[in-house]
Design a binder for this molecule. Sequence first.
Ligand code: ADP
Ligand code: MG
Length: 685
Amino acid sequence: MRPDLLNPLFAEATSLKGVGAGLARPLDKLGLTRVRDFLYHLPDRFVQRRAVQTLDEAALGEQIIVALTVLEHRQPAGRGPFRVIAQDSVGNHVAITYFGRASYTAKKSLPVGETRWVAGRLDQFGQTWQIVHPDHVSEDSAGLQGHLTEAVYPLSEGLTQGRIASLIHQSLGQAPRLPEWIEPGLLAREEWPAWHEALARTHQAPDKRARDRLAYDELFANALALMLVRAANRTRAGQPLHGDGHLRAKLNLPFALTGAQSRSIAEIESDMAQGSPMLRLLQGDVGSGKTAVALHAMLVAVEAGGQAALLAPTEILARQHADTLARMARGTGVNIALLTGRDKGRAREALLMNLLDGGIDILVGTHAIFQDSVAYRNLALVVIDEQHRFGVGQRLMLTQKARRTPHCLAMTATPIPRTLTLAQYGEMEVSRLDEMPPGRQAIDTRVVAQERLADVIDGIGRHIAAGHQAYWVCPMVREAENEDLAAAEARHAMLAERFGERVVMVHGQMRPEAKDAAMERFASGEASLLVATTVIEVGVDVPNATLMVIEQAERFGLAQLHQLRGRVGRGSQKSTCLLLRGDMVSKVGRERLALMRETQDGFLLAEEDLRLRGGGELLGTRQSGDTPFRVADFEQIANLLPIAHDDARLLMERDGGLSSPRGEAARVLLYLFERDWGVQLLRGG
Ligand code: ADP
Ligand code: MG
């Protein structure tokens, strides 16, 4: 149960004054559904303004606060903007400009003949000064005193800075004081403020100490929860499995396993023979051969009389996995079935019966395979492909399906740096496929300026005329999802005009049937060019596709680019990856793309990406979505996570665990960050 102390923080957003149905939607888009979420909606940056007496004192582009006397309202001619002409104390003229329907408010807040304090950015318009859409207009200077330093928050359509700031302010007012969970020595050494104060300060002005403390809280909560999971897992009753090898002996793979594959299989087999359930992560770059390892593990389970389930993040992947496994396991007589959300009615019933009877040895599917209606005869092993799509909570839920906790093997191709491995998978043992199957060719990677788009398209034309296939990837970054989708669709339309029927498209907002149909046409070779958003990031395997174009490559994380690139270079032919970059790319952005050209080592790329982005690149850090954290940024993760882990261990092993006074506070923290599955496990175990 969540401590009562936290109740005000978990009240619905609609309990805040001024939040009605209309605001709920844009707030929801930002993930702001409860009071707590507002506290942690941290500023992207701060505007620093300077109060000036006259416009002569200000530089062009500067954010200023200045007293202006209104001279005239200038109605637009036709569709032009509405302008308020005003002057400063020495008679300099400035146009305060409003586009769209803002003129009504402008007339009211800036009446002719009156003096007002205006905060905004000083620009130039022809020969005159101008301020476009001032941030604040006030009748007295006191009204703007608090705006000299002002937070700038991430927004969604329908929200304004003022609105979000006032909701955050209201939320802060409702936030209780919380007991201290940070180790006193650490708190003193870092000179961190208490929780409540840290929040208030973080929203007020740039404040590294305050912000670090908040990040640390999140990292500590995560570390502690993972530690609890691990401890609980050790006490769970598992099912020791001893495969006798008779099925694996019948496997007739067209290749010999690599050393890394054999080693991983041995590690897995030894875990599965233990009494406590396996919790192991198989980390291996795209193409490193994780499927074969998974198949071996599943055969061990079946040899020992159990069933195995393989969970894939998408239907496309589930289908592909089922096909691949069936092909690989043909000689073994093992029965492999596919279950997705689309299976309904009789066929589904029959499959479920078969699963309960034990007629199905291996079930492959999307999360549909863990619905309540799905019962296994003896689920002994769960394999999760592309682990990062599932939260730890989900992972726990599905291993609770069986009477005895099944062994769990998670597989990921996301090359994450070691520090993040700890954060994300802290509770797991790790096997790394650090050796590629022989005969892989390097992918020829080139960075190409967007201006050369026409040449690139001609190149595609030649490529598909020669009977090859290609991918065209468009970015989908959460911030501007609709715009991104529109851009991808426009690109598809343009390419389809040129290449006709041979172009197909997939993106995340299509119906699954339509998506599969398009994938099917591409996989069968009927279509030559697949325009896609990042849904193709994981798994898809079409060896004849040997060219990939990635648009606005600078907007992707390196790890993601690397995974995308891994879609080509799967066959014996030479493959090429073209990274199109816009002309606004920063220095760090260029360095990052250059790295893509230089190495194909996913782990190295991940380390470098962390280093480069940790170096203060503002764009694309927090929205990147490739860490489990919302508060802590890359730099904070790198610096504070190891400390958080040590402190979590200290608390559990020296300071009396969750029932000590600091432990009680830490329990509050776990609930605050909704890592309370850790607490629940502890109680259940
Ligand atoms: P991952 O899932 O790790 O990205 P896959 O399991 O899909 O990689 O394997 C990629 C390709 O490499 C597949 O075509 C697979 O058959 C092949 N492969 C796997 N292991 C080996 C090996 N030891 N030698 C040669 N080819 C291999
Ligand atoms: Mg795979």
